[in-house]
Design a protein around this ligand. Sequence first.
Ligand code: HEC
Length: 254
Amino acid sequence: MASPHNLNLSSQGTSLKALFTGYLLVVAVGYLMALVQIQLTHGLADGEYGLSVDDIVYSYYGNRSNSLLENKLHGSMKPMATEEERAAIITWIHQGATEEAYENSGIKDIFEAKCIACHNADSGMPIPDYAKFENIRERALVDTGASFQSLARVSHIHLFGIAFIFMFVGLIFSLAAGVPKPLKVLAIITPYAFLLIDIASWWLTKLNPNFAWLVIIAGGSMALAFAFMWLVSMYEMWILPRKHPDDRDALLDQ
Ligand code: HEC
């Protein structure tokens, strides 16, 4: 039998609860921002609002019947140029995206007027510089999705960053008194398991588009575990009545 201890959320002092709550609120806002970011980048990959399996396929495997440049002109870069300008660029892509046609058929003028304001070497954004023709040309060829380089970069940032977030969310939640132990262990371990599956599924989707559904399942499971631990922790801190530290029965086996 586990020894009784008073490490349960509801009986903590107000200052520790305030600390935990501040942290939980900030990471929840961070989580919402991440969802907005996913909508704005991946969500628009297929040119329509909302995240779908197609978006995941286009983002990681690529839309191999089209170039990245054309896909972006139907997707997140659609508002950057008029219908006619986009049609002109797309026609140029379909005709082989030559430098000569770029210079002489007005495509360069469109890029200078509509794209280079952001896509330049000094913008400070991690986006290609379109003052250099090679950078445009590369993206006018077939779209094979995220590069291995960018996958490696985003993967390691996610692994380190998200592991840290769930360390503290899990630690706070581990002090909850009202959740049966098996469920508690499951909720704590789920995000870690699905974090690995999620990252692995990006790489698998890069190789085979059928893995896109795994990205969605893994991301969704992580979000569910997060919401569950967050709500239980907040509930036990602020709604559940305080447990008296010497109410031994109530504190056994947490
Ligand atoms: C207001 C700033 C802005 C303007 C103007 C703009 N872009 Fe972008 N572009 C971005 C940002 C930010 C990203 C990265 C986010 C994304 O992919 O949606 C990006 C990404 C891209 C990408 C993907 C780049 C890559 O290699 O990952 C392409 C292609 C692209 N833009 C084309 C265009 C074209 C063509 C125009 C002009 C019609 C244009 N953009 C105008 C800000 C801009």
